[in-house]
Ligand binder design. Structure first.
Ligand code: THU
Length: 129
């Protein structure tokens, strides 16, 4: 699957965003080592901090299906430049060591970064040992 194809899946899932408070829609999609794709959207809550971002929705869908080896994540939103993951999502992306992060927007701008670029000096599972 190409980066563009993964972005297309993220765009599709952006359409499912539950965003009655911010009205900001985000879509994400992860590609697993097995070749499966899981999409996600942001899911807001009237208790605002309970909101789940699109990236975490997609990652948690994969993990809850028994897939922990994720090769790439794409996300998209209607932003000026390629939409970047929030800090909480960066920490989850680091937890599952997703090596490739594909940021995009609706205009077709894209930027691909590594996990190290996305979250340098990450707190990782090894720090607990
Ligand atoms: N949001 C995401 O889904 N992913 C991010 O990385 C940034 C923020 C969502 C959360 C909330 O529903 C809306 O965008 C505005 O913050």
């Amino acid at each position: 699957m190409t980066d563009q194809e993964l972005i297309k899946v993220a765009e599709k899932y952006r359409g499912y965003a539950y965003n009655p408070y911010s009205h900001f829609a985000v879509g994400a999609a992860v590609l697993t080592k097995k070749g499966n794709v899981y999409g996600g959207c942001n899911i807001e809550n009237s208790s605002y901090p309970v909101t789940n971002c699109a990236e975490r929705t997609a990652i948690f869908k994969a993990v809850s299906e028994g897939e922990r080896e994720i090769e790439a994540i794409a996300l998209t939103a209607d932003t000026d430049g390629p939409c970047a993951p929030c800090g909480a999502c960066r920490q989850v992306i680091a937890e599952f060591r997703i090596p490739k992060i594909i940021m995009s927007n609706l205009k077709g701008d894209t930027r691909v970064v590594t996990l190290e670029e996305l979250l340098p000096f990450a707190f990782s599972p090894e720090d607990l040992t």
